[in-house]
Design a protein. Structure first.
Length: 294
């Protein structure tokens, strides 16, 4: 009887503190997510007050939509290069700005600053740079690479998008890597120096293995942001020229809101969510296996 009387006050206390947060999470996240799954089985156009169930027809159309899979393949290519370049640049910046360099805090703030600029504004700024500044410099300095706007070339427009992404996120990932470098035990590095290990050996055999948790976090964040890129894609290239830079998020948006096929667009969004979740979970799983203890 005593135990039966004890659990109710405990439950009341937990609901008092976690109830509002749990209610907000369910109403803002869970309910819309479940309703979105329901909409994937309808032919709703996003405007009409009524719709009918088509069950799994939208999912069949997703796998038959060649444009969706082409944009997904382009997004995979974009994610690969941005993940590699963002993390490589961020890690090199972290190494260079964690050695006691004079004014390094100022440099850290400077490299982190682009992450604070909104994606739409960032894209417009770089659109001006690629279309005007680089072209002007290319003509004056006779540099063929910048003799015309990258945004007008289907191949170079993709790399323009990659460059802007690296410039935007490298500083943010740099901060995470700096935190990881600061957590590496100094006594381990000092012992390695006494044993005659040079900088390259310490980096390869000690620092990098102990930095695996930071790599997991940074790769996870860059994967997530790479797959979900939309704002920079919209303001910088608008998916052009000739849809050569239309990432999968932009395709899903256009399918749902511009083509007025919300049910199919929602189905594509759900398939994209499952694919991205599977990729990121695999990345975290294999990353965790590589972790070592100091």
């Amino acid at each position: 009887m005593i135990r039966e009387k004890e659990w109710w006050p405990r439950l009341q206390n937990r609901l008092l503190f976690t109830g509002p947060t749990l209610f907000a999470f369910i109403t803002v996240m869970i309910v819309p997510f479940l309703y979105g799954i329901y909409l994937t089985m309808t032919n709703w156009d996003g405007i009409a007050t009524s719709h009918t169930l088509v069950w799994f027809d939208n999912y069949t159309k997703v796998f038959q939509d060649k444009v969706f899979w082409q944009s997904f393949g382009l997004t995979l290519k974009y994610v690969f290069f941005t993940v590699v370049l963002v993390n490589a640049v961020a890690f090199l910046l972290a190494l260079g700005l964690s050695r006691g360099l004079k004014g390094q805090n100022l440099f850290r703030a400077g490299f982190f600053l682009p992450n604070l600029v909104g994606g739409i504004v960032l894209g417009l700024i770089w659109q001006f740079i690629f279309s005007n500044v680089f072209v002007f410099l290319g003509e004056k300095a006779n540099i063929p690479l910048f003799s015309y706007s990258w945004l007008a070339d289907p191949e170079k427009a993709f790399w323009a998008l990659v460059v802007v992404t690296v410039w935007q996120y490298a500083g943010y990932m740099m901060v995470i890597y700096i935190a990881g470098l600061m957590s590496v035990p100094h006594d381990v590095l000092e012992a390695a120096s006494i044993d005659g290990a040079n900088r390259w050996t310490k980096l390869r055999r000690m620092i990098l293995p102990l930095m695996v948790p930071s790599f997991i976090v940074c790769i996870f964040l860059t994967l997530q942001r790479g797959f979900m890129v939309y704002d920079v894609n919209l303001s910088l290239t608008k998916g052009g020229p000739f849809k050569s830079t239309e990432m999968v998020s932009m395709h899903v948006y256009e399918k749902a809101f511009l083509s007025r096929d919300y049910g199919l667009g929602q189905a594509e969004a759900l398939v994209l969510f499952l694919l991205v979740a599977a990729i990121t979970l695999l990345q975290v799983y294999f990353g965790k296996k590589m972790e070592v203890e100091a």
